[in-house]
Design a protein around this ligand. Sequence first.
Ligand code: ZN
Length: 237
Amino acid sequence: MTKKILVVGAHSADFVWRAGGTIATITTQGGTATVVALSYGERGESGELWKELNQTVENVKHIRHDEASAAARILGADFRALDLGDYPLNITDPDLEHIVQIIREIQPDIILTHTPVDPFNPDHPVTCQAVQKARLLSSGAGVASAFNRINPPDLYFFEPHQPELCDFHPNTFVDITPVMDQKKKAMDCMKAQSYLQTYYTELASRRGNHAQRISGMQEVKFAEAMQRTLPWVVKSL
Ligand SMILES: [Zn+2]
């Protein structure tokens, strides 16, 4: 069954490290993926670019837009940037309404975003809170409402950089082995944070090992860990 996934990150590269394989898995199966970056991470997550003399915020945003667009293309995803600013990321009521409109327009089966807790980043929890609220505003209470509403999308948190300290409890592992080369190519687009590529390749391997032991599926070599937030509703166990 083909799926529609919406990935919302605080910064323009977040989707690549944490959900690149999950996105590519869905798009190679014929599904669709949309990535929304609330900011470019131009101030707080563009380390390599700020080593250059006379660097400007506008130039960094421009480069980050091109990098994220190229990475999204490799993963088969549509990339949208809202350019709300970072460090700090502030979400106004009109910004929240914009996110609600995007969710209503896309009608995703699945939404992925940050964990509610991240003691090392001021923007990731803000994004999570906005996405959770926007999801509820777009889907209502599961009954007819005074506004256009969509079926409630599943909500997952993708793995943060320091999972234990972000209260992250992985309960879903996505086998990304068949698309790991795509993820590596997408990560390679992110020149502003090239220091993360080795780290996230090793993490995918470690999570692959965990997934293999949990399931007995020997073919799983690389995985991404997710935290599902809602109960499953099934026709049968
Ligand atoms: Zn980020």
